[in-house]
Design a protein around this ligand. Structure first.
Ligand SMILES: Nc1ncnc2c1ncn2[C@@H]1O[C@H](COP(=O)(O)OP(=O)(O)OP(=O)(O)O)[C@@H](O)[C@H]1O
Ligand SMILES: [Mg+2]
Length: 247
C-alpha cells in the first residue's frame, strides 16, 4: 500500500426532496473519506444508509449537491480514470438472450481490448469466477449467483486499478463467497484498490483493511480492521458495527 490517495471525497451532500410538502432530507450528509492506493475499504451501513448513492457519486453516475470527489486524481467520471476502474452494480442487468461468453466479449470490445487479447482474457476471468462450464449458456438460464460471478468477471475485464463493487457477495452460496474472498485477496496481492459495500460482516472482516460505517447518510466512524480484531473493546466486527449503527 502506498501513501497515495486514489479516492478522495470531501463534504459530499445529497439532498432528497420528498413530494409530500416538498420536505427536504439528506441522503448524504457531509461525507468525507479517502482510500489509499492498494487499500481494501468496506463501506458498511444499514439498508438505505446511502452506500449505493456514495458509489454512484464516486463513479460520476450521480452528482452531489455539495462537495467534491476525485478518483485517481481526476474529477469523478473523468474519461481517463474511468478506463482504469471496474464496477459491479448492486443489481446488474444483463441482456439475457446473450450467453455469458458473448456478454464478456461485448464488454471487452467496449473497453477496446484487441481481438487477440480478448480470448485469453475471458478464459482467465471465467476460470477466476468458476464459470467455464456455463459460459455458453444464455444468461436467462443463470442463477442469481452465476449472474453475480459474471458481474464480477465483467468488472475485471480491463484489468482495472480500482474496483467499485456494490454488494459483491450478494446472492452467492458459501463456495461463491469463499471464491470472492479469494479473488479479493489475489487482487490485493496485485496492488489493486478495492472499494466495496457489503452486509456480510465475516467476509468484510476477512478481506478489508479498513471499514467505514454510514448511518442515515453520515459516516459515523472509520476504523482499521486490525484495531477491531485486536481488542478495541469489541468482540468482533458485528459487535463493532451494531454499536456504531445503533448509537
Ligand atoms: N433513485 C432514487 N430516488 C430517490 N431516492 C432514492 C433513490 N435511490 C435511493 N434513494 C434513497 O436514498 C437513500 C439511500 O439509498 P441507497 O440506495 O444509497 O442506500 P444503501 O445504503 O445502498 O442501502 P441498501 O443496503 O439497501 O443497498 C434511501 O433513503 C433511498 O430511499
Ligand atoms: Mg445499496
Amino acid at each position: 500500500m502506498t501513501g497515495l490517495n486514489v479516492i478522495e471525497a470531501r463534504g459530499l451532500c445529497k439532498d432528497r426532496v420528498s413530494s409530500f410538502l416538498l420536505k427536504r432530507s439528506m441522503v448524504l450528509d457531509n461525507l468525507s473519506l479517502t482510500v489509499k492506493q492498494g487499500e481494501t475499504y468496506g463501506l458498511l451501513g444499514p439498508n438505505g444508509a446511502g452506500k449505493t448513492t456514495t458509489v454512484k457519486i464516486l463513479l460520476g453516475l450521480m452528482k452531489p449537491d455539495r462537495g467534491e470527489v476525485s478518483v485517481l486524481g481526476k474529477t469523478a467520471g473523468d474519461h481517463s480514470s474511468l478506463k482504469r476502474i471496474g464496477f459491479l452494480p448492486e443489481n446488474p442487468y444483463f441482456y439475457s438472450h446473450l450467453t455469458g461468453l458473448e456478454f464478456l466479449e461485448f464488454i471487452a470490445r467496449l473497453f477496446g481490448l484487441k481481438r487477440f487479447e480478448i480470448k485469453d482474457r475471458i478464459k482467465d476471468l471465467l476460470r477466476l469466477v468458476s464459470m467455464e462450464a456455463d459460459a455458453n449458456k444464455p444468461m436467462n438460464k443463470y442463477s442469481k449467483g452465476m449472474l453475480q460471478r459474471l458481474g464480477i468477471a465483467q468488472s475485471l475485464i480491463n484489468d482495472p486499478d480500482i474496483l467499485f463493487w456494490d454488494e459483491p457477495m450478494s446472492g452467492l452460496d458459501p463456495i461463491g463467497r469463499r471464491d470472492v474472498r479469494e479473488i479479493i485477496n489475489q487482487l490485493k496481492r496485485n496492488g489493486k484498490t478495492i472499494f466495496f459495500n457489503s452486509h456480510l460482516l465475516p467476509d468484510v472482516n476477512e478481506v478489508c483493511d479498513r471499514v467505514g460505517v454510514l448511518v442515515k447518510g453520515r459516516l459515523v466512524t472509520e476504523e482499521k480492521i486490525s484495531n477491531i480484531d485486536q481488542g478495541g473493546g469489541y468482540r468482533d466486527l458485528e459487535d463493532f458495527f451494531l454499536a456504531q449503527a445503533e448509537r
